[in-house]
Design a protein around this ligand. Structure first.
Ligand SMILES: [Zn+2]
Length: 83
């Protein structure tokens, strides 16, 4: 019983460097903050407080989950004052 081995890694990265990343939204944290993942190389990004996209590190995942909890529990118009 042999399973076909999927070669991942080399081609997607080449693809991204040629055509750019193909991000899709993986999580809506708040109205303004979202998490993104590239379909090709699995690179993850998140929206920073200034509106720019930055690398989604474990620390930002943690911050986002806290933001998400505040956001969904409050549903308030006020911005969370974490930043
Ligand atoms: Zn990519």
């Amino acid at each position: 019983m042999e399973k076909p081995i999927k070669k991942k890694g080399v081609f997607p990265k080449m693809y991204c460097s040629l055509f750019g990343h193909n991000y899709e939204i993986t999580k809506q944290v708040t109205h303004h903050v979202k998490e993104y993942k590239c379909k090709h190389c699995n690179r993850e990004l998140t929206t920073y407080s200034n509106g720019n996209l930055i690398e989604l590190t474990p620390k930002f995942k943690e911050i986002n989950s806290i933001l998400n909890r505040i956001h969904s529990s409050k549903q308030a118009r006020q911005k969370p004052s974490l930043f």
